[in-house]
Ligand binder design. Structure first.
Ligand code: MLC
Ligand code: AMP
Length: 512
């Protein structure tokens, strides 16, 4: 095949007049119309001078056109770099510069802030709004509906997804065509996706879950997606009776359970609910089954590896576990210090190997070598065990990471900014349980002797630099931070001490 990723996901549906996307207003976009849109955009990209292997950064709202941009990149052999729409211009600048993106597509409303970044990085700038308007689609309007697919091999890069480090800067995880295709094939088969499926898609399309798991599995099986701009309980409840499958982060499911309209009847047309990206509480799993009769299928993955494990489609979906390694994925539990494999039942580092595992971090050979072993095993940073029946349980994380509503937040990034503020001697940022987001961010700040930093001023100082979802939902002044004999801050003690801050009664607490 000339371009396996494009051919299998997109080209295979040429000429199909049946719906691929069903939009919030009930209108539909056929496969043929979607492919024509992608082809027109592919012409815009190549006329702008982009060549196979170039990077294209896109910080755009979810829309059919945004998804067509992803398809266009695949058809033209361009590496897509999707970016969270919440990132501030400062955060965005790093990704564009680091990736050497040849083009940046942003929302027209952000042009003023972003144009200087594009200019400084030598990237062309195009715009695309949530309603599909913008310079990208204006230019595409004049182009042909078909595009000669650029030849690519399975080992060629398809996407860069940036993932933060626990210490330093974000790293661009390089994903190949093979990484994406092999995982989509495995998942489509394990989860029994067919042309008959209609997936309720309410996830963002700038992360693995919404872009690769949900979208690629649907594309590979030739089904349709109810393509909602975001998770909105009213819209999801309105769409569920037409859906056969839904994928979401645990917050989607807890929000649905909090809504009395979410009943067994409403969920009766759906054959499969999948959860991932963050731990699904066993309690949520059980409440969901009581309410709907469905057992949520929980799976485990990450940016660097796509999906690694899944509970079974048939057989017991065990609450509090992420199921079994997927076919083709080797998973072992190792001693975090020595890397030696541990016996079944013991807790240690989860390591994975398979065609799903990425190629490395863009231009960071040392970081790649530190996490991706010579023999192909990737050190996930997640701690887990394999129970007596072979189910994998995630019991914690060795990496200092907070997962809020499915978004990853690296405490170090926030601590570095807080420590720069006047009157701050040091800080510790931790994740504490939150009824809606699973975990949320709390910052503990130690003042310099004699200083009394104002928490509102600290919050304001973070605002311009950090995406909203990273903002601490509480900032507290403390006298000292607990340390072990090595001088390391004992975050586990802090997490315990502050764990009750967002119990249901105070769940509404917002940042000052
Ligand atoms: C939004 N906000 C968040 C947030 N999402 N804050 C913390 N954590 C989040 N996840 C901010 C908003 O900007 C808003 O700010 C305030 O919090 C309340 O917003 P909301 O209206 O309640 O949030 P909403 O827009 O409904 O979004 C919540 C959400 C969304 C859960 C629907 O975050 C979401 O779709 N999450 C999915 C993330 C995802 O796809 N992860 C997959 C990663 S891939 P203000 O200013 O109004 O207070 C991966 C690999 C794998 O992990 O295994 O899948
Ligand atoms: P990301 O870097 O955004 O891809 O996030 C990946 C991380 O999310 C993993 O390393 C895990 O810590 C976490 N994760 C994903 N799925 C699950 C799950 N089902 N249960 C617990 N944690 C999960």
């Amino acid at each position: 095949m000339a371009n396996p990723l494009y051919d299998r996901l997109f080209g295979a549906h040429a000429g199909r007049q049946d719906p691929f996307l069903i939009l919030a207003d009930g209108s539909t976009i056929s496969y043929a119309a979607f492919l024509a849109m992608a082809a027109r955009i592919a012409h815009v990209l190549t006329r702008a001078g982009l060549s196979p292997g170039d990077r294209l950064a896109a910080q755009v709202e979810k829309s059919p056109q945004a998804l067509a941009l992803v398809a266009a990149a695949a058809q033209a052999g361009i590496v897509i770099l999707p970016l969270n729409t919440a990132y501030t211009p400062g955060e965005l600048a790093y990704f564009v510069e680091n990736s050497g993106a040849a083009m940046l597509v942003c929302d027209p409303d952000r042009t003023e802030a972003i144009a200087p970044i594009a200019a400084q990085c030598g990237a062309r700038l195009e715009t695309l709004a949530a309603d599909g308007s913008g310079t990208l689609t204006d230019k595409a309007g004049d182009m042909a509906d078909d595009f000669p697919t650029v030849e690519r091999a399975t080992d060629d890069l398809a996407a860069f997804l940036y993932t933060s480090g626990t210490t330093g800067r974000s790293k661009g995880a390089m994903l190949t065509q093979e990484n994406l295709l092999s995982n989509a094939e495995t998942l489509a088969e394990c989860w029994r996706f067919t042309e008959e499926d209609v997936l309720l898609h309410a996830l963002p399309i700038f992360h693995t879950h919404g872009l690769f798991v949900a979208t690629n599995v649907t594309l590979l099986s030739g089904g349709a997606m109810i393509f909602l701009p975001k998770f909105d309980a009213d819209a999801v409840i309105g769409a569920l009776p037409r859906a056969t499958a839904m994928m979401g982060v645990p917050t989607f499911y807890t929000r649905l359970l909090d809504d009395p309209r979410f009943t067994r009847d409403l969920a009766s047309h759906v054959r499969l609910f999948v959860s991932g990206s963050a731990p699904l509480l066993a309690e949520t799993h059980l409440r969901f089954e009581e309410r709907t009769g469905h057992r949520i299928l929980e799976r485990y993955g990450m940016t660097e590896t796509n999906m690694n494990t899944s509970n079974p489609y048939d057989g017991e979906r065990r609450a509090g576990t992420v199921g079994f390694p997927l076919p083709g994925v080797d998973l072992k539990i190792t001693d975090p210090d020595t890397g030696a494999e541990l016996p079944q039942g013991e807790t240690g580092m989860i390591e994975v190997r398979g065609p799903n595992v990425f190629k490395g971090y863009w231009q960071m050979p040392e970081k790649t070598a530190a996490e991706l072993r010579q023999d192909g095993f990737f050190i996930t940073g997640d701690l887990g065990r394999i129970d007596e029946d072979g189910y994998v349980q995630i019991v914690g994380r060795q990496k200092d990471l907070i997962i809020s509503g499915g978004y990853n937040i690296y405490p170090k990034e926030i601590e570095l900014l807080l420590d720069e503020q006047p009157g701050v001697m040091e800080s510790a940022v931790i994740g504490v349980p939150h009824p809606d987001f699973g975990e949320t961010v709390v910052a503990l700040v130690v003042p310099e002797p004699g200083a009394a930093p104002d928490t509102e001023a600290l919050a304001a100082a973070l605002k311009g630099s950090l995406a909203r979802f990273k903002h601490p939902r509480a900032i507290r002044i403390v006298e000292t931070l607990p340390r072990n004999t090595m001088g390391k801050v004992q975050k586990n003690l802090l997490r315990e001490e502050w764990s009750g801050l967002f119990n249901s009664a105070s769940a509404g607490e917002r940042m000052p």
